[in-house]
Design a protein around this ligand. Structure first.
Ligand code: SF4
Length: 186
């Protein structure tokens, strides 16, 4: 792909979309030449104007914390492809924090961890949820037996709703400590 085409495409696309395209292009480049491949071509003016024809804009909320800021999710063929701020949301009024503005990556990021992982001999291994829960709880109980219940501190999540907060505080009380706080106590 020529330098002129790259510059032309990068000017027409958003920075984030361009970087993603560049990453896809780089992976193709490992096995084939761009110049001779049909996998990459210059976008048509129609595609630049509307890359996801027929997509729907769905109003939803950011799920990262309990503020619940408004998000407009653009959905194309059942896939969440882009996000926008919800200008008319009564709480966020068209704004996001830095976490919410990239909420789509909770779904799309290739770096997202989807399973419990355990480091064994320096390498990460995928383990089952049962194994993760059992191993963590065994270690917690061993620590409590050796050092007493105040060995642990329970730090709540900004995403907890009222009911989850209730269960979380009950769990700390059952464990036997008053060491409990909210994650935002910074
Ligand atoms: S994480 Fe940020 S954008 Fe999401 S709901 Fe909370 S304050 Fe709003």
């Amino acid at each position: 792909m020529s330098k002129e085409i790259l510059e032309n495409v990068s000017l027409r696309m958003g920075r984030r979309s361009f970087l993603k395209m560049a990453a896809i292009g780089a992976s193709f480049g490992a096995t084939a030449s761009f110049a001779s491949s049909d996998a990459i071509r210059k976008a048509t003016p129609e595609e630049v104007k509307d890359p996801f024809p027929g997509s729907k804009r769905v109003k939803t909320i950011c799920s990262i914390c309990s503020a619940g800021c408004g998000i407009v999710a653009e959905v194309h063929n059942g896939v969440w492809v882009r996000q926008d701020v919800a200008q008319d949301h009564p709480i966020s009024e068209g704004s996001h924090c830095c976490k919410g503005i990239d909420q789509i990556d909770l779904v799309k990021s290739t770096q997202r961890v989807k399973f419990p992982m355990k480091k064994v001999d320096g390498k990460w291994q995928k383990i089952s949820w049962d194994q993760a829960v059992n191993e963590i709880s065994e270690k917690m109980l061993k620590l409590r037996a050796e050092n007493g219940p105040d060995v642990a501190m329970f730090l709540g999540s900004a995403k907890f709703n009222l009911q989850q907060s209730y269960y979380f505080s009950k769990f700390a009380a059952m464990w036997g400590t008053n060491n409990i706080d909210h994650v935002a106590r910074i």
